[in-house]
Structures are given as structure tokens and as C-alpha cells.
Design a protein around this ligand. Structure first.
Ligand SMILES: [Zn+2]
Ligand SMILES: [Zn+2]
Length: 550
């Protein structure tokens, strides 16, 4: 039973406004005494252009971390990085139990071991269709389809109503691996009355239906049958059904399969360990595969998004130790071009073309379907669940806004677009934003978690653009210049070095310690060096001047 001042709120700290780093907190209780659960805890991948040197970005969860004793658990929907990738980095701020189905739990455990947290995180493995009881939250896992084994929606029962949190999903009547969408369960939830549907917006702009894995399987098999020479297929390793389709197609056409890339081995291993891929063809190691005639081998390779350190990029560079491709060979990109990755992917296509490899992609062949619902599927979900409130998540604002319009057109009484950090009261009363809490992004920089605003990314971009000048001035105890300045130039073309040396040297020679102090000297030298770089080159490097006393 709900008490008079109890409220049910949703607070996204990640994923509302970007496709990535999902983190949704649900709170129940009076404003001063809420219990929380966290649904998903994911990362976003950094990009060299905008966040140089940063591999992982994750939500700033300080608001929830400050009340960690009231966080009852982290409940994970599925094993994609944008849903589990931050667990090793953010769990230490919450130290609460973690819940996941077997395949997801296995991949999270691997991450925890890698992060040195073996045995520290209380992890409960929830069976498919299982139940988790956390204070005022009674949570049912509901099977759905997506592009990874064991995707789940959550039916979150509270004294103020039921929230259906979809997680990532699509409707695939033939997903090849795992359960089909538990249609009857969603309809039954709708019949019982659902307060809010918190739903995936990734493809809210796409008309029609996302299509089935089974059709991709047929199409890829035909394609593999037609190709001569070596074949490499790149796909997300987590799309285990796709890997299975490709491996079986290879065997049908007399090709042996080799896995290439760390995540291929890791995920195929986790899938087998949790009971999937029972009839996955035996795989060869890279060196064995290299001994086979070209038309007897197929490589399953990581790096479909053009990631520079992944296996496919190294193959394209000719720097992979065991896998060599050349004229007559083909690479199939069985994956989507994720917006923002176009440049890297097209560069990879070009490198492959340059070594004579034929590149086949979703742009010219039917080799991929999305794992997220198109508009027809969203409409179907709204017809099943018939919520009072629609809350689009997992999208950029343009996706979420269009998703809200679609929900309204389907007679959902209230559709609310919220951004990270906005606390939405779902009940009682009309859905309403009742608070705005600190939110933002944290960067994993090497091994250190830093705040986005710390400015080093700007400094790195600036250094990438115009390099750096470091000048050391040598003064004696009376403040007189005791030696020529020592100048280090990083990332500046040789043609401008001399101008900078001359400018710094002249400034130092003009210095009179009776008329100015060393701080003034330091600033004069800094400006002179930057001005010389600007005049000779048209760019102003970051410039640092230090003084040593002898
Ligand atoms: Zn996702
Ligand atoms: Zn996903």
C-alpha cells in the first residue's frame, strides 16, 4: 500500500539524450526518504576527434551515489556495453547487489574480474522470466527480442502502479537464438493496467519494421556461396545469432571458420558457457586457417565500426600477424554504420579497396537488420501495453521527441520527453518534472575517472591542432640571464623552429633585471614565441615557460 506522500519517480542519468551510457534510477517513497533501484549502467564510446585519448564515457551519478545506502540494487536488462559497460567503474560508488540473467551475468563477471573486483560484487543470476524483489519494487523479467542473447524488459510493480521498462528490443518472430517476444505477457500487463512505458527510441524515425535475423541468414548464406577467395565477415561479436548464421553458412559452403579479435573469443565463449551455440561449428585458430586454400576459409572479425585497434583495421593495414587479405578476397560488413563512425568506417573501406579486397555492406546487400524497433513495432508495443504515460528513452532528443509524438498519436494520454538529470514523477497525479539534479558525463582517462569539464580534452585537441612549445629560462641568483633558453618544440613543422628560437633568444637578451621581474620575463618570452609561431606558421601552439635558478 502506498502512503499519502509516497511518490514514484524516474530519474535518467544517462541515455536520455544520447544513444549510449544508459542509467535509469527509479525512486519510491516520500521525497525525503526514497528507495532507489537502478536499471542498467552503461558506457558510451569516446571518439578521437571530440574526446582525444578517452575510450569510455559514463554518467555522472553523484546524486544517486550520495544516497548509496538507499540504492537497493542494479538491475541489468541485457549485456550490451551501453547497458553494462560502466558497472566496474560505477559500482564502487553504489556497492549494492547486481541482478542479471545468466549470459549477461557471465559477461559482467568477466568485466569485474578484469577490473580487479573478483568476488566483491554481490551478483544474483536471475533465470529468464524470473522475479526480483527489492523493497517497494517487485520486478519481473519479461523476455523480448533484440540483437544479443537474453534481452529483457522489466515489469516493475510498485504500490503506485506498474512501469514497463522495455530495455532494447525489436519484434522478431524468428530471432534464431533465444526466446521470441513474450507477446502474451505484454498484452496481459496491458489488460491489468500499466502506469508508464519507458521505451527504446533508437529507431523512432524509421518507418516500417526492422526485419528478422532469419532473413539475414538466408541472404548472407547466398552471398557467401557466390564469393570466391577468402571471406572475412565483420559483425558485432555480441550478436551471437548473427555469428551463428554466418558460421553455419560458411560450413554449408565448405568453409572453415576462424574467430579473429578478442571480443569474438570472449563472447562466443560466454555464449557457449551459458548454453547457447550448442551446434556452433568447430573453429580453427588463425594460424591453422592461414594454411587453408582461400575458398575454404571464413574469418569472423571484430572492428565493424572502423575501430583503429580492432582486428579488421590491422588486417586492412597489413599489420595483422595471422590474417592476410588481398586481391580476390572479400570483406562483408554485417553491421550498421553507427552515426558518427562514418569517417572511420569509410577509411577502412578505402584501405581494403586499396589492397584489392571487395567490400560488401548493408548499403548494397541485405546483410544486416537493426536490433531496435521501427515505428510499426513501437506502435504494436503501445497497442499491447496501453500505458497512461509514455517516457521515451535511449535516443537523441530528435528520436525521443518523435517517439513522444508517435505515442500521442496512438492515444497514450501523456508522453513526456525528459533529459538526463530531470526527475519525472510518474505517480501520483499527472506525470511532471519535479526536480533537476546534477548530471553529466565522466571520462575514463587511462585508468582514472575524471569530470568532463576538467578541460584536458580541450588542451589535447589544442595540442593536436598546433603542438606545444616548452621553454626553460636559466637565471642566476641576481636574476640575470645565465644561459641561452632551452626550447623544446613538439608537433611543430621544422620550418618554424628557427623563428621561435630567434624570437625567444632576442627577448631574453633584451631583459634587464633592474627594470622588470622574472614573471614579466616569463610572460614576454611566452608571447614572443607564440607571436613568432603565428607569423611564421599561422598557428599559436600551447606555450609553457619555466624558470630555473643556478
Ligand atoms: Zn542500448
Ligand atoms: Zn542493446
Amino acid at each position: 500500500m502506498a502512503k499519502r506522500d509516497d511518490e514514484l519517480v524516474l530519474l535518467p542519468l544517462g541515455g536520455a539524450g544520447e544513444i549510449g551510457m544508459n542509467f535509469n534510477a527509479y525512486g519510491f517513497g516520500p521525497a525525503h526518504d526514497r528507495k532507489w533501484i537502478v536499471v542498467d549502467c552503461g558506457v558510451l564510446f569516446g571518439r578521437e576527434g571530440s574526446t582525444p585519448g578517452i575510450d569510455l564515457i559514463m554518467p555522472d551519478i553523484r546524486f544517486i551515489a550520495e544516497q548509496a545506502e538507499d540504492v537497493l540494487g542494479i538491475v541489468l536488462t541485457h549485456a550490451h556495453e551501453d547497458h553494462i559497460g560502466a558497472v566496474p567503474y560505477l559500482w564502487p560508488q553504489l556497492r549494492c547487489p547486481v541482478y542479471a540473467t545468466p549470459f549477461t551475468a557471465k559477461l559482467v563477471e568477466d568485466k569485474l574480474v578484469e577490473a580487479g573486483l573478483r568476488g566483491e560484487v554481490p551478483m544474483t543470476v536471475v533465470p529468464l522470466g524470473g522475479h526480483v524483489s527489492l523493497g517497494p519494487f517487485e520486478i519481473d523479467y519479461v523476455s523480448i527480442t533484440h540483437s544479443i542473447p537474453e534481452p529483457n524488459s522489466l515489469a516493475i510493480n510498485t504500490p503506485l502502479g506498474i512501469v514497463v521498462h522495455t530495455g532494447d528490443w525489436k519484434i522478431d518472430p524468428d530471432p534464431l537464438i533465444g526466446h521470441v517476444t513474450d507477446t502474451n505477457r505484454f498484452k496481459a500487463l496491458g489488460d491489468g493496467g500499466v502506469l508508464a512505458l519507458v521505451c527504446d527510441s533508437t529507431n523512432a524515425l524509421a518507418q516500417g519494421h526492422s526485419g528478422s535475423e532469419a532473413r539475414v541468414k538466408t541472404s548472407i548464406s547466398e552471398l557467401i556461396g557466390r564469393l570466391k577467395g577468402r571471406i572475412a565477415v565483420t559483425a558485432f561479436a555480441s550478436n551471437v545469432a548473427r555469428l551463428d548464421s554466418i558460421a553455419k553458412a560458411a560450413r554449408e559452403h565448405g568453409r572453415e571458420v576462424a574467430l579473429v579479435g578478442r571480443s569474438m573469443h570472449r563472447i562466443v565463449g560466454a555464449a557457449k558457457e551459458t548454453g547457447y551455440l550448442a551446434d556452433f561449428p568447430r573453429t580453427l585458430d588463425e594460424a591453422e586457417a592461414a594454411q587453408l586454400p582461400p575458398d575454404r576459409v571464413l574469418y569472423l572479425v571484430t572492428g565493424s565500426q572502423g575501430e583503429p585497434r580492432a582486428a579488421l583495421a590491422r588486417i586492412a593495414d597489413g599489420s595483422h600477424p595471422n590474417v592476410k587479405l588481398g586481391p580476390g578476397d572479400s570483406v562483408i560488413f554485417s553491421s550498421r554504420i553507427i552515426p558518427g563512425n562514418e569517417l572511420g568506417i569509410f577509411e577502412l573501406h578505402n584501405k581494403l579497396s586499396a589492397i584489392g579486397v571487395e567490400v560488401l555492406t548493408e548499403l548494397d546487400h541485405f546483410v544486416h537488420v537493426s536490433g531496435h524497433p521501427y515505428r510499426d513495432e513501437l506502435s504494436e508495443m503501445y497497442r499491447w501495453v496501453r500505458p497512461k504515460i509514455a517516457v521515451p528513452v535511449h535516443g537523441e532528443l530528435r528520436h525521443m521527441a518523435e517517439h513522444a509524438r508517435l505515442a500521442k498519436s496512438l492515444q497514450v494520454p501523456e508522453a513526456v520527453v525528459i533529459e538526463n538529470g530531470q526527475m519525472l514523477r510518474l505517480a501520483p497525479g499527472r506525470a511532471e518534472i519535479v526536480d533537476e539534479v546534477p548530471s553529466g558525463r565522466m571520462f575514463l582517462d587511462g585508468r582514472v575517472l575524471v569530470e568532463e569539464g576538467e578541460g584536458f580534452a580541450r588542451a589535447r585537441r589544442a595540442m593536436g591542432f598546433a603542438g606545444m612549445i616548452a621553454i626553460t629560462l636559466v637565471l642566476d641568483q641576481k636574476g640575470r640571464v645565465a644561459a641561452e633558453p632551452a626550447i623544446v618544440l613538439e608537433g611543430l613543422p621544422a620550418a618554424v623552429h628557427e623563428a621561435i628560437r630567434i624570437a625567444a633568444g632576442e627577448t631574453v637578451r633584451r631583459y634587464n633585471p633592474k627594470r622588470a621581474d622574472e614573471e614579466a620575463l616569463r610572460e614576454q618570452v611566452r608571447r614572443a614565441a607564440r607571436r613568432a609561431a603565428q607569423d611564421a606558421w599561422g598557428k599559436k601552439p600551447i606555450t609553457r615557460v619555466e624558470i630555473v635558478w643556478v
